[in-house]
Write a protein that binds this ligand. Sequence first.
Ligand code: NAD
Length: 514
Amino acid sequence: MRLDTPMAPQTNPHNALPATPMRTITVAEGDGIGPEITRATLAVLKAAGAAVDVQPITVGEAIYKSGHSTGIAPEAWDSLRATQVFLKGPITTPQGGGYKSLNVTIRKTLGLYANVRPCVSFAPFVPTMHPKMDVVIVRENEEDLYAGIEHRQTDQVMQCLKLITRPGCERIVRYAFEYARAHGRRKVTCMTKDNIMKMTDGLFHQVFDEIRAHYPDIATDHMIIDIGTARLATRPEQFDVIVTPNLYGDIISDVAAELTGSVGLAGSANIGEHVAMFEAIHGSAPDIAGKDIANPSGMLLSAVMMLVHIGQPKVAETIHNAWLATIEDGFHTADLARSLDGTAKTGPTVGTQAFAQAVIERLGKKPQTFKPVSYAATDGTKVSAAAAPAMAAQAASKKVAKKEMVGVDVFVHQSSMTADALAAQLQALTVPGLKLQMITNRGVKVWPGGFPETFTTDHWRCRFMVEGGDTATLAHRQIVALLGNVTEGGVDVIKTENLCTFDGERGFALGQGQ
Ligand code: NAD
């Protein structure tokens, strides 16, 4: 089937449903195995009577090679903004050069803040050590270290800024709870590392605690990400919905998908307030491209999520149940037809298009061993819509805090002096009203009272605090004067961070050992 062929059926031939309005969707087949799995997916959608009209765009390798370092041509954005629904094949990201990941670009440009990754076991038909696993990972999709703000600061030190915002936390946590409610899920677990990152991850955890109070019907807990990941890998059946910041979510969703049997099985949704993107979680698999052996399930199950999202739950249910019946009937692509240790084949295999044909032949059938899915009560269109106004109300309820500057951290590049010598130099260069309070290296206090055992690099954080008691505040001109003195004194200043209180509460972390 050509991608530019509009899919005509207005009624579902398997359920004799009334006509559903046609919905235009943007489709990119992607790179590597992308064209094969897209063809297979669209064939199933067409046969099932999905009321979708395909608008094809090209993204990825061909666009990178034509000179667009973003991997997407300007006109493709018009299609995405017009249709607001994107079914995307996997993209090969060129390594090195100035190329940014197209996925990250699309997610952030279109505000796709929630990455939803269901990871379900299909035992006994797909070998897995965790036959009862059924976890949905709701990953924050725009912030955290993925803001991509990185700098080289000294000869020895690189920096990546971790940005966590209150509105960002509010909408992802709210989304996770709304998702749980809409999909009949009972528990939401939050995972952070707020024992270490008390301000950034601490904010995520705090917002989780605030929002969970509004969902008394849903059980909740919080786990530190390290033990949470360990438990997910060993006892995944204990989890239902997991909500977590970007980096942790990226890692644990691959762990979870692999635990179910194959990375080729999992689909995902990237949800924003206006646009949503649906894609398999795997990549373009260049090692098996063009061989008709790729598993199209990840993309097909992404398309099922898309159909729920655009208000076609019945056809989504028909496809999902036919897919379950196909897996039960032993139609497996090569990645599934192996034993747990990955060595021996467990049965005959089918190719990508034959697998899709087997799904098509089972449209209208229900699985016998697996519990049939039902999306009848699920209104995916309402999940993000419900989360958005609630989130706005939540944010609006936060008044603007009284912000007062009480100090400044001056970051310095130097490798010729000890901490004591640097402190002496800075004390001689400071301005009236500002006092050097401490120096840290990689976050550890090295002055005053540093340990000779502490390893140091060429990157020093020098904290100046305002003098004059608890009520004294600092003016920007004092910082400018300090920087003038210090730089004229020969110190290489990298950057500064203002130290503020918000309604009297400290808005900066102490030094380790302070
Ligand atoms: P990959 O997911 O493409 O492949 C990893 C392994 O899994 C390979 O052995 C592959 O053959 C297998 N595999 C993946 N999907 C499969 C499927 N549907 N059926 C059967 N086997 C499957 O990861 P990679 O090799 O690390 O990355 C390849 C390219 O994909 C890179 O350029 C990477 O940047 C890109 N990538 C894109 C996306 C995306 O577009 N969303 C996601 C991840 C990686």
